[in-house]
Design a protein around this ligand. Structure first.
Ligand SMILES: [Zn+2]
Length: 276
């Protein structure tokens, strides 16, 4: 992560000296990919086998994509929105993971290392075992950034039965600010970004996210990050098991039109979250 950010700073400096590749305020579409489990025993709509994941990563390499870190994306977007002249690398794409599956560390990370890709892991606290924390600590300072996916992975928008607004606010602020504090305690660094569970958010949640000290929030099922995208709700593409390589190519190339929409089984919360 540090190396990637360093590289980014170099790029920005090169650009300010006036070389080609600058962003002159033109439109862009950056895909932020959201993965879940990567496992040989892949099952369910979110899990990919390591072979399929490797094939997708190889496509990025063969077709000349530039994998940006989440930090790189945010720095770029901030600069653009401040009206600065910044360099946009060729065919940028961002790789993220949700839900801290053990299989991400075991199977996806070595593949990312092989291609020298940076990535970002959104962790929800209750899903991490003690050995999981030990592994995450080893990633600290590596090419995998770690940020928050709340404490319990609750749908933040939804109130519990009988819960009034005040109680809801208290619980949700606990999810948002509490996870940031715990990640800082466990990993030695406060996360800068949060991914809203199920991609669900509202304006109260965004305010709480900002008060808690995050600088950006990520949604899901959304579409591309554009020059006008709000840092409060950055869209991502969830990569489903049913997607073939052609569909993947379409997404990363910017050809996908519209947003994905929240699938029925996600809306119904009809799937299991990982337990370690
Ligand atoms: Zn999740």
């Amino acid at each position: 992560m540090r190396a990637g950010f360093g590289l980014w700073i170099v790029l920005v400096c090169v650009v300010s000296s006036g070389l080609s590749g600058e962003n002159h305020g033109q439109a862009f579409r950056i895909p932020v990919l959201c993965y879940h489990a990567v496992s040989p025993a892949a099952s369910g709509p979110f899990a990919l086998t390591p072979e399929v994941f490797d094939r997708q990563m190889r496509l990025l390499q063969q077709d000349g994509y530039t994998v940006l870190s989440a930090n790189g994306l945010i720095a770029f977007l901030r600069s653009v929105q401040r009206g600065e002249r910044v360099f946009l690398p060729a065919k940028p794409v961002v790789i993220t993971f949700d839900d801290n599956y053990e299989s991400i560390r075991r199977y996806a990370y070595p593949i990312l290392e092989k291609y020298k890709y940076q990535s970002c892991n959104f962790i929800y606290i209750k899903g991490v075992s003690e050995s999981g924390w030990a592994q995450f600590r080893k990633f600290e300072g590596s090419s995998m950034e770690m940020h928050s996916h709340t404490i319990s992975h609750a749908d933040l928008v939804k109130r519990q039965p009988g819960e009034d607004e005040r109680a809801w606010r208290k619980r949700i602020f606990g999810e948002i600010a509490g996870s940031r504090k715990i990640l800082e305690e466990k990993l030695g660094r406060a996360p800068a970004y949060i991914a809203y569970p199920y991609g669900r958010w509202n304006t109260d949640i965004i305010r709480m996210m900002r008060i808690a000290g995050y600088s950006a929030g990520f949604s899901a099922f959304g579409g591309y990050v554009r020059e006008t995208s709000s840092l409060d709700v950055l869209p991502r593409f969830t990569i489903f098991r049913e997607y073939d390589l052609e569909m993947f190519r379409k997404i990363v190339s910017g050809e996908w039109s519209g947003s994905q929409g929240e699938p029925d089984f996600v809306r119904a919360r009809d799937y299991n979250l990982p337990a370690e």
